[in-house]
Each structure stands twice: as structure tokens, then as C-alpha cells.
Design a protein around this ligand. Structure first.
Ligand code: H53
Length: 756
């Protein structure tokens, strides 16, 4: 049996003097990789392949040590070198293979699949420069390449490769694996990441690259700028590269296991994560027919194998590609898509459900719904909206396909890993059962009235706030006061998530303070958000937040009471610092627009209280935590859908309100214009008064008064602690172990113990 200490010692044998953090991390990575290499993948008759354009894995050393049951041993080893894992892990590069919720969900799912002992691997792309590294030093978002692949990384070169025919060239897709160990169960599954053979060097500046150099740049960046045709075609190339290599790998595995191709659905389940991997459907059909199976049979086999998860009702995220793009990228699948469209038209005469529309546009989600076995939304409300509104005609056609699978997060990373003091408090109060079954957190309900526990919780939270303060000081040079309320909004920057409404609150609070209304306690508003590089209004909002941050910091009347902190380059590692320290969880999307949200779940499990709308999974969170333990405001999703349907929302009905107008006007005030970019600020201003597509002004007054009520309640520290404890106690439902067990029960049927 190999031993962590022995391998680390072997790796450090040639180091002279004290090893650096970098050397310690590398030695530990080698050791963990070797130990994981000796574990077996989960086995069964049927195996899941989870296809996703994003896997936001985060750092893996701590997570893997936890799952291997070696965390204490590693800490003891590091103590021998006078250091701790928390200190050295800052040297571990974070793979940035995702944007936000969708990618992080995929990572949580892989952890749960392995931990439940289910046969299931991830399939994705190995972007060399990831999403981008965000630089806020000039008060705007600047993007840089984020090369994360160091000589010691978690990638294992498998030596496998598949040829993909793309844009008239043949490209070799090499397979790199990232090991995915289960939680103390001896299982190790894999995430397969495809990569081009000869990747190009990183760009010297920014994130632009030669879009024509397909062979070199195909796996350079996640979601290359798609504001022009070349960028969009490159995205389609990435998607086809991923699904073609993935489909070939699946058929190769099937045949290697001695099965006939006609047995595909008995041995394989495919999950299509959003529409990015949708071309796996025609590609698999193509590969099967190429291998002698007739078209009708191939369609049936693929349909019984594939399932689709929808993560959004925003039209922009439901991909539609012009036929001409597909003709350019992969003409070999175009006749197949044509035939699938014809089959779909035999099933319905509703032209709104066609795959190939009259404008020669291919609707990827339509192809998924027609040719997948199951279609799921990611929270109860979201699935209901799909069924009754955005996909109503599909639901009427195929009611049996639709199912809800409310998202979840892995408590191994998001509680055990990132918040040891809180985990220890839970162990001491209710025992350790919650570590393998998050539902056991429910036992905490019996203790929420204990003053001693409330005080201990407040102590843990304060300690985590001090730690966040130290991290912010070390990484960004920002001072924050741990006695302040930490009010946290962490998510991609998007108008539907309404960071701009939160900015209006900040303006309101600033004006209050300037008018002499001093808050009982300082408020630190913490934002973590990246904007898509081509999304102008989102970048304008970041600029506004940076300007407000500076304005408050430089005003001695305001600085002691109000601060905005924009966490630069917000990513998984930053989240692991911010989430345990949060008091308030801002979940303020326009009702009906957030499919689920997952930061809401992580923050809940770490004892933050939700301030939010009845949207996405917030609904289920509040249902469990109790309305008295959350702060809910804003119009309902029914009202909002009705406003859209009738076209009756006009911002000008709201912004002239005497309480709202000064807030909106402040966006173009001399205070901000003196240091800000006038073009950017006036774009935001005009958007508020003339468009406000996501109705920030509709809810802003209710938002402000609810937030004030929340802040007032915060002053009763023990009553607040009780609310937080109730949230933790009722968070078990949002474990991705529960979500994955449901996917398996209703969709995949891969659990060898349950049988098919
Ligand atoms: O997926 C999360 C949801 C969240 C939703 C997000 C998402 C992306 O991150 C990217 C594309 C997309 O269509 C949806 O916005 O509400 O929690 C996981 O389901």
C-alpha cells in the first residue's frame, strides 16, 4: 500500500534546504495522483457520460485529500515543515474551465457521482487559457489570458486520441483525464478533457487570438468572444470537436467492453448539459450509421441514450446556429439534422417546434427535446415555467419527458472543505453523520434555541470574517472591518441578476449617510462577478460599482459606515474565502429569470441569511428555512411573466418616483462623472430610464426597505444566529448527492445496486 508521506518524501528528496510552498504543493499533487491512480472506477452495466462545455473544478488538492480521507495526514506532514495546507494551497493554480453556475454544478455533480459510487465520467474541453483573468485595477474590467496548466497539474495524459473532421481538416483530439475520487469509498472516476495536438502560445496581451488558426486555438479559451461571425463559428467548432471525440470515445469503450453497438442504451447514458453539447445527437447517429446501422435504428438508440438539461429561460442562452455555420464546420452532420427535422415534423405540425426553421436556423434545444429521453429543469419553479410557458408546446407534445431536478452543491467542498470551524461546530453539536448524509443536518433544528450554540456560531462567523479580511488585504490590499455586516452578491454579472439594483441600494445608503442618517453598524457590500467580454452593460455595471467603491472609500463621512468591495477575478478559490464569511446572501434576480442559482445553496449551508426574490431555487430554500428566516421581496414570477406577455412594464412609470429618481440620477452625477467614463455611465443611465429590461426599478423600493429591515434585525445578534442556524439545519436538501440520486433514479439508471 502506497503512503502519502513516503511519496512526498521521495518527491522532495532532491530539494536543498526548506521546500517552498510550490514544491510542497507539487509533491502533494504527485502523491495524491499516484494514490488515486490505484483506485478503481465505479463499475456497472450502464455508465453515464456527462457532457459539458464547462467544468469549474476549483483547486483540487484539498478536495481530493478530503475524499481520500488523508486531510489530517497531509496537515500533519505540512506541520512538520512548519506550514499548513491553507498556506501552501494558495500556490495551486486553479483551472478556469467554466464561467459560473453551470460549470460549477458540473464539478459538484462529478464529485457526487463518484461519492455515490456511480459509474459516470465527465466529458469536456481542456481550455488552456480558461475563461479569462479579470483585472479591475483601472476601475473597469480588463481581461487577460489565464494560463493555468503548470508542469505539475491534475491532467493525466491518457495516450488516447480521436480524429475529428472539422472545417475540412482532420484534427487529433487528445484525451487528458482528471481523476475524480469519491468520498472515502475507494472509487475514482474520470473527467475526460479533449485537447488539440499542438496548442498555440498564449496571446501577449488581452484574450484575442488568431481565429483562423483552428488547429492551434481550438482549445485556447472558453467561449471566445462571439460578437462576430468568426468567434461564433469558433464556438461551434469547439462544440463539435468535443462531441465528436466524445461520441467516438463512447463507442470505442462500448466495443472494447465486448458489446454490440445496438446495445448502446443498455450500457450508456448521456447527459447534455445545456445546449452546448447538443450536436452529440446527430454525431452519434452519424457514427452509428457509418458503422452499418440503419438510420431509424440509430435514431432510436441515440434517443434512448441521451437526456437534456435546460438551465435557462433566457432566449439568448438557447443556442440557434445558422445552417451555414454548420455547413462550414461539420457538413457531415447537416443531412442528419435535416432528417431529424423531418422526423420531428412527422410528430407535430407546429412549426414553432421545428429544428430547422424557415430562416435556415437550427434550434439546438428543439433537437434536444425531440430526440432526448428526458428533459429536466434545475429547480421546481424553473421546470414549472418551462412546462407552462417557455416550452409549453413541447410539454404538451411530450409530457412524459419532462422532469425536475433541483440543483445541489457538494457539501464536501462547500462546507467541510471551505469552513472547517463550522464543520467542527456541527460535529460537536449533532455528530458526524451529516458528513455522509447532508439530511442529517436537520438534527440541528433541536439546538437552534441554545444560546451557547448561537454564541459559538457567531464566534465562528466572526473568525471567518477576520480570515476574509486578511485574505482581501493580502490579495487586493483592501481593509475591511469584521464587525461590519458582510453583504454578499457573488455570481456572473448579468442584468437579470440585478447587480445594478444592488448598486442603486448603495447609492440610497450613501445619500442617507450624507443626509446624516448614520447606520447602527457599518455595511460592507461584497461583489464577486465577471462580465462576458462583449456584454457592454454588464461591464458598465462593474465600472459603476468600482466608482462607488472609490467614492465611498475617499469620503471620510461615509467610509466608516459603507464600503463596496469588488473581489477581483472572482473564482472558486475566492468563493471559498467569501462564502464562509457572508452574513447576507443576495439572491435578487428578477423573478422567473434565474433558473436555479447555486450560490444561494452554498451561502445557506454556511449560515448566511437569504435576501432575495421568489425565483429559482430561492423558493425551495425559503420553503425549507422558513419565511421568518429569510428576507423576501419583489414581484412574483407570475406577475413578471404577465408584464412581459402584455408588454406593460415601462421604466418611466417608476423612475419618476421621488424616491427612485435621485438614485437613478446619481449614476450620471458630477460625483461619478468626475472620475468615471461618461459614455459608460450614460449608457447605464439611459438603460435604467428607457429600457430596464430586467425591471430593477419595479422592485427597487421594496428591495431597499426589505434590506433595511434585514439590517435592523441583524442587531439582535442571537435572534440572527438562530435564523442562520435554521438555514444550515435545513440546507441538506441542497446537497448534490440528493440531486444525483434523483438523476440516477429517474433518468440514468446506472446504479449497479439498484439495477436498471
Ligand atoms: O446554471 C446554473 C443555474 C443558474 C443558471 C446557470 C447557467 C450558466 O451558468 C450558464 C448558462 C446557462 O444557460 C445557465 O443561470 O441559474 O443555477 C446551474 O443550473
Amino acid at each position: 500500500m502506497k503512503d502519502l508521506n513516503v511519496i512526498v518524501e521521495r518527491e522532495l528528496a532532491n530539494v536543498e534546504g526548506e521546500p517552498t510552498a510550490q514544491q510542497l504543493i507539487e509533491a502533494l499533487m504527485v502523491a495524491v495522483r499516484e494514490l488515486q491512480g490505484d483506485l478503481e472506477p465505479a463499475k456497472g452495466e450502464r455508465k453515464l457520460y456527462y457532457f459539458s462545455a464547462e467544468f469549474l473544478m476549483g483547486r483540487l488538492l484539498r478536495a481530493n485529500l478530503i475524499n481520500l480521507g488523508l486531510l489530517d495526514e497531509a496537515e500533519a506532514l505540512l506541520a512538520g515543515y512548519g506550514t499548513t495546507l491553507a498556506e501552501v494551497e494558495e500556490a495551486e493554480p486553479e483551472p478556469s474551465l467554466g464561467n459560473g453556475g453551470l460549470g460549477r454544478l458540473a464539478a459538484c455533480f462529478l464529485d457526487s457521482i463518484a461519492s455515490l459510487g456511480l459509474p459516470g465520467d465527465g466529458v469536456g474541453l481542456n481550455y488552456h487559457y480558461g475563461l479569462f483573468r479579470q483585472d479591475l485595477s483601472h476601475g473597469i474590467q480588463e481581461e487577460h489570458a489565464d494560463p493555468w496548466i503548470a508542469p505539475q497539474s491534475w491532467l493525466v495524459d491518457t495516450g488516447r486520441a480521436f480524429w475529428v473532421q472539422l472545417r475540412g481538416q482532420h484534427l487529433l483530439a487528445k484525451v487528458y483525464d482528471v481523476q475524480i475520487p469519491g468520498y472515502q469509498n475507494g472509487v475514482c472516476n474520470q473527467l475526460h478533457l479533449f485537447d488539440v495536438e499542438n496548442p498555440a502560445e498564449p496571446p501577449a496581451e488581452g484574450i484575442d487570438f488568431d481565429k483562423q488558426d483552428l488547429a492551434g486555438n481550438l482549445t485556447s479559451f472558453l467561449y471566445p468572444d462571439d460578437s462576430d461571425d468568426a468567434g461564433r463559428i469558433l464556438r461551434v467548432c469547439q462544440q463539435y470537436f468535443m462531441v465528436s471525440a466524445g461520441a467516438q470515445m463512447i463507442l470505442a469503450d462500448l466495443e472494447a467492453a465486448g458489446h454490440a453497438l445496438t446495445e448502446l442504451p443498455e450500457h450508456v447514458a448521456i447527459q447534455i448539459n445545456d445546449t452546448h453539447p447538443s450536436m452529440v445527437i446527430p454525431e452519434l447517429i452519424r457514427l452509428l450509421t457509418e458503422r452499418g446501422i440503419d438510420f431509424g435504428t440509430a435514431v432510436d438508440l441515440v434517443q434512448r441514450t441521451c437526456n437534456y438539461t435546460n438551465h435557462t429561460i433566457l432566449a439568448e442562452a438557447l443556442e440557434k446556429w445558422p445552417v451555414s455555420y454548420l455547413e462550414t464546420v461539420a457538413p457531415q452532420i447537416v443531412p442528419i439534422i435535416k432528417k431529424l427535422d423531418e422526423l420531428a415534423r412527422e410528430r407535430t405540425d407546429n412549426p414553432g417546434l421545428s429544428i430547422w426553421d424557415a430562416n435556415d436556423t437550427i434550434h439546438m434545444a428543439h433537437m434536444d427535446v425531440h430526440f432526448a429521453s428526458k428533459v429536466n429543469g434545475v429547480a421546481e419553479l424553473h421546470t414549472e415555467i418551462l412546462e407552462t410557458s417557455t416550452m409549453k408546446d413541447f410539454y404538451d407534445l411530450y409530457p412524459e419527458k419532462f422532469t425536475n431536478k433541483t440543483n445541489g452543491v457538494t457539501f464536501r467542498r462547500w462546507l467541510m472543505g471551505c469552513n472547517e470551524p463550522l464543520a467542527q461546530m456541527l460535529d460537536d453539536t449533532i455528530g458526524c453523520a451529516w458528513r455522509t448524509d447532508a439530511n442529517a443536518l436537520e438534527d440541528l433544528v433541536q439546538h437552534v434555541d441554545e444560546e451557547e450554540l448561537q454564541n459559538r456560531f457567531l464566534g465562528v462567523k466572526y473568525h471567518r470574517k477576520e480570515e476574509l479580511a486578511k485574505w482581501l488585504k493580502d490579495t487586493q490590499g483592501v481593509d475591511v472591518n469584521p464587525d461590519a455586516v458582510f453583504d454578499v452578491q457573488i455570481k456572473r454579472l448579468h442584468q437579470y441578476k440585478r447587480q445594478q439594483m444592488n448598486a442603486l441600494y448603495a447609492i440610497w445608503k450613501y445619500r442617507q449617510i450624507k443626509a446624516g442618517v448614520k447606520p447602527a453598524r457599518p455595511l460592507v457590500m461584497i461583489f464577486g462577478a465577471k462580465a462576458a467580454p462583449a456584454y457592454t452593460l454588464a461591464k458598465d455595471t462593474i465600472h459603476l460599482l468600482c466608482l462607488l467603491s472609490e467614492l465611498f472609500a475617499n469620503d471620510p463621512e461615509v467610509a466608516p459606515y459603507l464600503q463596496i468591495v469588488a473581489v477581483e477575478n472572482y473564482n472558486v478559490s475566492a468563493a471559498e474565502h467569501v462564502i464562509p464569511a457572508a452574513d447576507i446572501s443576495e439572491q435578487i434576480s428578477l423573478a422567473s429569470k434565474e433558473a436555479s442559482g447555486t450560490s444561494n445553496m452554498k451561502l445557506m449551508a454556511n449560515g448566511a441569511v437569504t435576501l432575495g426574490t421568489m425565483d429559482g431555487a430561492n423558493v425551495e430554500i425559503v420553503e425549507r428555512a422558513g419565511e421568518e428566516n429569510a428576507y423576501i421581496f419583489g414581484r412574483s414570477s407570475e406577475d413578471v411573466i404577465d408584464l412581459y406577455d402584455t408588454g406593460s412594464y415601462h421604466p418611466w412609470d417608476y423612475w419618476r418616483d421621488p424616491e427612485v429618481e435621485p438614485l437613478v440620477d446619481f449614476v450620471v452625477s458630477p460625483e461619478l462623472l468626475s472620475t468615471g467614463d461618461p459614455a459608460s455611465l450614460s449608457r447605464l443611465y439611459k438603460d435604467f430610464i428607457a429600457a430596464d429590461y430586467f425591471m430593477a426599478l419595479l422592485d427597487v423600493k421594496d428591495y431597499i426597505s426589505t434590506k433595511e429591515r434585514c439590517l435592523a434585525d441583524y442587531e439582535n445578534r442571537n435572534a440572527w444566529a438562530r435564523k442562520a442556524l435554521m438555514n444550515i439545519a435545513r440546507s441538506g436538501h441542497f446537497s448534490s448527492d440528493r440531486t444525483i440520486a434523483e438523476y440516477d433514479r429517474d433518468i440514468w439508471h446506472v446504479n449497479p445496486e439498484l439495477g436498471q
